[in-house]
Design a protein. Structure first.
Length: 133
């Protein structure tokens, strides 16, 4: 049996989530410092609009949003953050804590959100295990 590197395992999880769940446009794993860990589809420096979530700016913003959400929930005594969901005119972004990182999923507006949330929560749990957090 061959050993799989952690980075390959993370990329496989993102690829699986993006290809199996209808409506998932892009996925990204961001560490708590706001640095990009993995993205699917991978970023393309020549065409940054191919996967907007793979940009360093989006990674930093996602980490900031998670930090603000966690502090807000703590201040309001609402427990630990389970997920952050942002809905816009053209789509949805959902972010799940994943140990020392976060999983952000960009979703089409017309996707079946319950299926996406279920799959993303499961993927975040698996990512937590891969990262050993």
């Amino acid at each position: 049996m061959s050993q799989q590197y952690r980075s390959e395992a993370l990329e496989d999880k993102l690829r699986m989530l993006s290809t199996v769940v209808d409506g998932v446009k892009a996925t990204v794993i961001v560490n708590i410092d706001g640095l990009l860990v993995a993205a699917y589809p991978p970023g393309d420096e020549e065409n940054p609009h191919e996967n907007p979530t793979s940009s360093p700016q989006v990674a930093a913003m996602s980490a900031t949003l998670i930090g603000l959400a966690e502090r807000t929930l703590k201040r309001l005594a609402q427990g630990e953050l389970e997920r952050l969901l942002m809905e816009g005119e053209d789509g949805v972004m959902v972010v799940y804590p994943a140990g020392r990182a976060s999983l952000a999923v960009l979703v089409d507006k017309h996707a079946r959100i319950a299926k996406v949330l279920f799959a993303a929560k499961k993927a975040a749990s698996e990512i937590t295990e891969i990262l050993g957090a």
